[in-house]
Design a protein around this ligand. Structure first.
Ligand SMILES: [Zn+2]
Ligand SMILES: [Zn+2]
Length: 97
């Protein structure tokens, strides 16, 4: 929820696609250079970073596998229930690989 975000309404035109712009998240100083949301997004050329960035977090700890008792020092997720952890091998087995 961003209720704090003020929207400015007006009657502008997108310089790229000539589409009408009726709302902007900012008050435009230079109205000759306005872009609608889509053109703005395209001009910046950034894609959603969620999928692009494959930053894998690993959580380190001192757990043990509930199945074979082997030590687990790293997990790709933060375990909520540590009584039910499985090492990679047992996890695979469990999934039927
Ligand atoms: Zn546009
Ligand atoms: Zn195991």
């Amino acid at each position: 929820m961003d209720q704090d975000r003020k929207m400015f309404s007006g009657n502008w035109t997108c310089v790229k696609c000539n589409g009408a712009i009726t709302e902007l998240p900012f008050e435009p100083r230079d109205t000759s250079n306005l872009m609608c949301r889509e053109c703005h997004r395209n001009s910046r050329g950034d894609r959603p970073q969620r999928n692009d960035r494959r930053e894998r977090r690993t959580f380190t700890g001192n757990w043990s596998c509930s199945d074979c008792g082997t030590d687990i020092n790293e997990l790709p997720f933060e375990p909520r229930d540590t009584s039910n952890l499985k090492c990679k091998d047992c996890f695979k087995k469990d999934k039927g690989f």
